[in-house]
Design a protein around this ligand. Sequence first.
Ligand code: SF4
Length: 205
Amino acid sequence: MEQDIYENKTVNSLILYFSIPAIFSLLVEIMASVVDTAFAGHLLPSPEQREAVYHRIREFRGSKPIFTMDFQNDAEYVGGCIAGGRNYLHINAKGDVEPCVFIHYSKCNIHNTSLLDVLKSPIFMAYHDNQPFHENMLRPCPMLENPEVLRRMVRETDAVNTDYESPESVEHLCDKKIEYAENWKETADRLWRNCARCKDCNQEG
Ligand code: SF4
């Protein structure tokens, strides 16, 4: 006669048996969080690397008939941060309307809020009212280069986290960026002060 695999097991051992996947998943999540916190800064370019990209992109512009664009160092050509509806916004798969594809804090969902009302909502108005986030266009981002600004905007507007895969408080996110912002400040200010616009992009300095 075929034996039931659960027949000889106690309730406690069955609970343990079925808990193993959940425990494993929890451990993976904890490890991912530790790695995320410990290595967050290492996934971003160092000031030296970012400066090398800054110069290289400008060299290309001076030697090739194309306008190469650098995501991190070309805010001067778009007047700073473009998020929060100034030039774009992001709608996730669940319909949450976020100021930027990297900023998962919002209180509006496109399924029950018009785009116009989204733009008038607190977090989007905070983006509008706080622009530019820095006068140095090499430090334009409210998260990467000015984490205290994003922290304040999210707190003041009560925007909630809309990252369902990897929920993160604004405190955790912004704490991770403090060191990066501090490290980049000196290089960014020197480059911005000494910007050779006239030479590299034919604008008046
Ligand atoms: S929030 Fe930061 S990453 Fe997003 S558009 Fe603005 S500057 Fe770029």
